[in-house]
Design a protein around this ligand. Structure first.
Ligand SMILES: CC(=O)SCCNC(=O)CCNC(=O)[C@H](O)C(C)(C)COP(=O)(O)OP(=O)(O)OC[C@H]1O[C@@H](n2cnc3c(N)ncnc32)[C@H](O)[C@@H]1OP(=O)(O)O
Ligand SMILES: CC(C)C(=O)C(=O)O
Ligand SMILES: [Mg+2]
Length: 502
């Protein structure tokens, strides 16, 4: 039977502990509302004792969101718990998260205490928190490095004191998946009252195993996962929400479901990245720029034949419009043909071979091949079916600048001259005089291909006709000629193929 897996998001608490990621209350509300739309079950909104600002954020988030449980962190310290309870006073459903270190390191060298005293403090903290809220979560900090027998004792005592959730953090990201799984299994089998509480995972990524450990925990009985968007958090970060949720979605044999609205994942990820100034590495699972980008020929061919050949999830399921086929020198003919087709230039057989050879030379010289590069490449091999053909172009300087063009439209030749504030302006006006179309030159870019004054320049023009854009491209060493060619190129793309001649 499928059981619910509770998604506990700690982006605003553990995530926000990262240097440079601090948010003000207003930004935290934006994040909390995005998490609510994403469908998380619990938002850990802050650590209220830590500062007036964090206290205020928990108060404001409690007012601003209504569906998720709002959780506030505290140490096993009465004052912390009182302040946390106060911060949660507006929460529809509030939870206090209290706990203490349970590894030998923490007991001896941080708390400078003894195992028995730590159990007493844990029990007291849970009971104290219960005075304020029904929902109390106990965390056994550094459980990843703790002795399992001792861990079982303190967890049992915390549940007996009233804890509704017991959190087993691998605080230092030390565990291997099998170790973490065995820890959860041990608690399931050795804590007599474990059925009265939900077991939570809270894994850190110091060895890059946070997601693997979390999933291993779920497979052995944990039913709450503590995660952050994009995996942000102390040091190497926390378990990332998107990875766990999608791993569960992809593996239907894991008998749990989540309430996450997965198509909202991508936009939530971008929002957090932007607000917290934390760029996402391009190869980050699920939300990285390259997570659905295929760049090598064999993969591209496979994806084009059948998406699932190289994709285990549908990009739409995480809010990415579609996967992309990126053209590089590692691409093959299938990818090139696909892109040419998209551009409206179907290419097969010998013509494709010719374009492909040129494409490889260009791709070796450049990292990425864009749309404009392709248009440039394919332009060389297109039969010229243009209705408007550009003939001779000449221009003269003097008191006035004047350009003259020869155009053939259909089977009629025409010559036109015009003055302008420069030869390019004059040549465009001369062409406009002949071609009777309602057009407006909307964008005009000239770019040199290299650096020398003898260089070829590339011209891109955008014409507007009936509110629709039409693009023209050309390249030449003569700027005036390249501009005239680009203008005519765009005119030839207008839907009306019979421009009248003046
Ligand atoms: C694993 C985690 O992510 S835990 C959460 C980490 N987040 C934060 O620490 C951010 C918020 N923290 C803070 O604002 C401050 O550290 C405060 C307000 C909590 C405490 O500040 P201070 O009173 O100045 O103490 P300081 O930070 O220097 O030291 C922490 C103290 O808490 C004790 N402590 C640490 N964890 C716990 C705990 N879970 N329960 C009880 N005491 C604890 C330490 O032993 C130390 O006590 P000591 O001063 O008697 O040696
Ligand atoms: C406060 C606890 C839950 C924590 O963040 C950790 O142990 O990593
Ligand atoms: Mg943590």
């Amino acid at each position: 039977m499928m059981e619910k897996l509770w998604i506990f998001d700690t982006t605003l608490r553990d995530g926000e502990q990262v240097p440079g990621c601090q948010l003000d209350s207003f930004e935290k509300i934006i994040v909390a509302q995005a998490l609510e739309r994403l469908g998380v079950d619990i938002i850990e909104a802050g650590f209220p004792i830590s500062s007036p600002g964090d206290f205020n954020s928990v108060v404001e988030i409690s007012k601003a969101v209504s569906d998720p449980i709002i959780c506030a962190l505290s140490r096993a310290v009465e004052k912390d718990i009182e302040v946390a309870a106060d911060a949660l006073k507006y929460a529809k459903r509030g939870r206090i998260h209290t706990g203490i270190g349970v590894s030998e390191y923490h007991i001896l060298h941080k708390l400078r205490s003894t195992p028995e005293k730590v159990i007493e403090r844990a029990v007291h903290a849970v009971k104290f928190a219960k005075r304020y809220v029904e929902d109390v979560e106990f965390y056994a900090e550094d459980a990843g490095r703790a002795d399992n027998e001792y861990l079982a004792r303190i967890v049992e005592a915390a549940i007996h004191a009233g804890a509704t959730v017991v959190n087993i953090p691998d605080t230092t990201g030390y565990c291997l998946p099998e170790q973490y799984a065995q820890k959860i299994k041990f608690l399931k089998e050795n804590v007599s009252n474990i059925h009265k509480a939900i077991i939570a995972t809270h894994c850190h990524n110091d060895l890059g195993m946070a997601t693997a450990n979390t999933i291993a925990g779920v497979q052995h009985g944990a039913r709450q996962v503590e995660v952050t968007i994009n995996g942000i958090g102390e040091r190497a970060g926390n378990t990332s929400l998107e990875e766990v949720v999608m791993a569960i979605k992809c593996h239907s044999d894991i008998p749990v479901f989540t309430s996450i609205n997965t198509p909202k994942i991508y936009e939530t990820s971008r929002l957090i990245s932007k607000l917290m100034n934390m760029p996402i590495q391009p190869n980050k699972a699920i939300v990285g720029r390259n997570a659905f980008a295929h760049s090598s020929g064999i993969h591209q061919d496979g994806v084009l034949k059948h998406r699932e050949n190289y994709e285990i999830m549908d990009p739409k399921d995480v809010g990415v419009e579609e996967s992309s086929i990126v053209l590089t020198a590692r691409s093959g003919r299938a990818a090139l043909k696909h892109h040419l087709q998209l551009l409206g230039f179907p290419c097969e057989g010998d013509k494709l071979e010719l374009v492909y050879n040129d494409f490889l030379k260009l791709a070796d010289a450049k990292r990425d091949i864009g749309r404009k590069d392709l248009l440039q490449l394919v332009g060389e091999y297109l039969e010229d079916n243009s209705f408007v053909q550009l003939g001779k172009v000449s221009y003269q300087y003097g008191d006035v600048v004047k350009s003259t063009v020869e155009l053939t439209i259909g089977d009629k030749k025409s010559t036109s001259s015009a003055e302008g504030n420069g030869p390019v302006d004059a040549v465009i006006k001369a062409i406009e005089k002949v071609v009777e179309q309602e057009i407006e030159l909307d964008e005009f870019l000239i770019q040199s291909m290299a650096k020398g004054s003898d260089d070829v320049c590339k011209v891109h023009m955008r014409l507007m006709h009936n509110n629709k854009p039409y693009h023209g491209f050309a390249s030449h060493t003569d700027i005036v000629l390249a501009s005239a060619q680009a203008f005519v190129d765009a005119i030839n793309k207008l839907p009306v193929k019979q421009p009248a001649i003046n």
